[in-house]
Design a protein around this ligand. Structure first.
Ligand code: G4P
Length: 312
């Protein structure tokens, strides 16, 4: 699957974010705690490094993520320079209230009671930026919705005389390099409904859950999952729930959407789609694959390449 989902308004959003970056002190980067790297927009990193701005990385929706994986991710990010990572649930206002002080600790030069600390929230669609903004501003300012990219323009709010925050629209980047990232983003609904095939996404998700959380799958759908693959899990959900398509066969599409919705709503239990370890393994595999694809071109299969090299 190749996902290229980059609506036109996101190009102007990037340009505007680059301009705002010049006049803020700290970036608050919101990612999904269940897939922190896959939901990290490389453009945020690039824009932030260009202006050397520190980052409070928020692993949001921590209530839905596997706490062991979240702890591993926090350790991973907290080793990075200029980054402080915290896990939180932005629906919980008490947790959100810690954010200004955390940002302040990243910009000690703005802690003199004179200069206002200027923060900017960034992140891909549907990671919870609007929910976080509403909790920070303590009123409903941002439209919250489970449909990617509902916030379309930047706005700045004064939280107090000492803190101001700029909200930015959800930004994607032009090309998602790894297919598995595309699937994770689609499963978590960061990518729009029309950009992906839900059946494929659900099969990917079911395979991943089988590998990492088979007991949760079995408990939710009430059938043994040993020996099944992702396709068989979805088919079994259709049979178990009595979903029938027109010809009477199991309704795969309906079961696929149920599995996806159950994951999105957190009813499967607390799951994380990636850990620092699985990420490192995926990247190593992708690198090896790229090298093996490049290798035949460099090899000299029949002497032709060597001869022409010699002639040059
Ligand atoms: P965005 O601005 O980044 O696009 O995201 P937004 O705040 O609109 O949130 C997207 C969905 O994620 C919303 O769900 C929101 O409630 C949910 N959400 C945000 N933060 C958290 C969190 O920390 N934990 C959990 N479990 N969910 C979170 P929705 O289904 O559209 O709305 P709702 O019915 O939950 O209100």
């Amino acid at each position: 699957m190749s996902i290229q989902w980059y609506p036109g308004h996101m190009t102007s959003a990037r340009k505007k974010a680059a301009e705002t970056m010049a006049r803020i002190d700290v970036v608050i980067e919101v990612v999904d705690a269940r897939l922190p790297e896959a939901s990290t927009n490389p453009m945020v990193h690039e824009l932030r490094l260009h202006r050397q701005r520190p980052c409070l990385k928020i692993l949001n929706k921590a209530d839905l993520a596997d706490p062991v994986a979240t702890k591993a991710w926090l350790d991973y990010y907290n080793r990075q320079s200029g980054v402080k990572a915290v896990a939180l649930t932005s629906k919980n206002h008490g947790e959100v209230a810690r954010i200004p002080a955390l940002c302040q600790s990243l910009a000690p030069h703005r802690n003199d009671n004179v200069k206002q600390l200027r923060m900017m929230i960034m992140g891909i669609p549907n990671v919870g930026k609007s929910t976080l903004m509403n909790a920070l501003v303590r009123r409903k300012i941002a439209k919250v919705g489970d449909e990617p990219a509902v916030t379309k323009s930047q706005q700045t709010y004064e939280l107090s005389v000492r803190h101001a925050i700029t909200d930015t629209p959800g930004m994607m980047w032009p090309k998602i390099e790894h297919d598995s990232d595309g699937f994770m983003l689609a499963a978590s609904h960061a990518i729009g409904r029309n950009a992906v095939n839900d059946d494929e996404v659900a099969i990917f998700l079911a395979d991943l859950l089988l590998a990492r959380y088979p007991a949760l799958l079995a408990a939710r759908y009430k059938f043994p999952v040993d020996g099944l693959d992702g396709v068989a899990v979805i088919e079994s959900v259709a049979k178990k729930r009595g979903f029938r398509a027109r010809g009477g066969e199991p309704d795969f599409e309906k079961a696929a959407s149920v599995v996806l919705q159950d994951y999105r709503d957190g009813v499967l239990g607390r799951v994380s789609l990636e850990t620092p370890q699985t990420r490192a393994a995926m990247l190593a595999e992708a690198k090896a694959l790229a090298q093996s694809r490049a290798a035949p071109a460099a090899a000299v299969p029949d002497g032709t390449a060597a001869a022409s090299a010699g002639e040059a």
